[in-house]
Design a binder for this molecule. Sequence first.
Ligand SMILES: CC(C)(COP(=O)(O)OP(=O)(O)OC[C@H]1O[C@@H](n2cnc3c(N)ncnc32)[C@H](O)[C@@H]1OP(=O)(O)O)[C@@H](O)C(=O)NCCC(=O)NCCS
Length: 155
Amino acid sequence: MLSIRDMQDSDCQPLAEWMVTVPLWQRYGLTVGGAAGQFRAALAHEDVLITADDEEGLPAGFAWMMPKGAFGRSPYLRLIGVRPDRAAQGGGALLLEAIEARAWAVSDVFFLLVSDFNVRAQQFYERHGYTRVGALPDYVVPGVAELIFWKHRAG
Ligand SMILES: CC(C)(COP(=O)(O)OP(=O)(O)OC[C@H]1O[C@@H](n2cnc3c(N)ncnc32)[C@H](O)[C@@H]1OP(=O)(O)O)[C@@H](O)C(=O)NCCC(=O)NCCS
């Protein structure tokens, strides 16, 4: 069972080391130094970053939310990931629900982008109540559209 806590500076390197093994992020050219540096900058910027520890206390997942990252107005899910050996065991759902709780503290809507080829993640978000509302062709890498999804807080 994974357990959620706020991300610490000491998590950045171990998270980055398994992130570069994920095919999605390899396609975006992610490096260990780049990923760790992004996390450190986000922590310094006071974005909301959470980590899911495995039974050994090692970071097996994370989620990163920028409270005004969408249009300078609404929370944006910048990244979410689960270590490949812990995928499809409910860890993604646990992280998504925990980061949503932080988004709902500041807004009634939550935005994210997902790659057009990342069908599994699109299905994951749809199962959790997100709807596709747009597409940004060639926005981050040539030949890939970033799909815009959003969710409204229930009730
Ligand atoms: C997308 C991602 C975060 C989902 O995380 P996850 O931990 O695999 O998600 P969950 O386990 O909650 O749900 C995913 C699957 O596991 C299944 N599942 C959920 N709980 C389960 C359990 N206790 N036992 C077995 N399977 C379970 C779900 O039904 C779902 O199945 P499906 O995809 O075949 O429909 C993860 O796959 C990932 O890190 N992908 C690479 C990075 C990425 O794409 N990030 C998103 C874009 S930034």
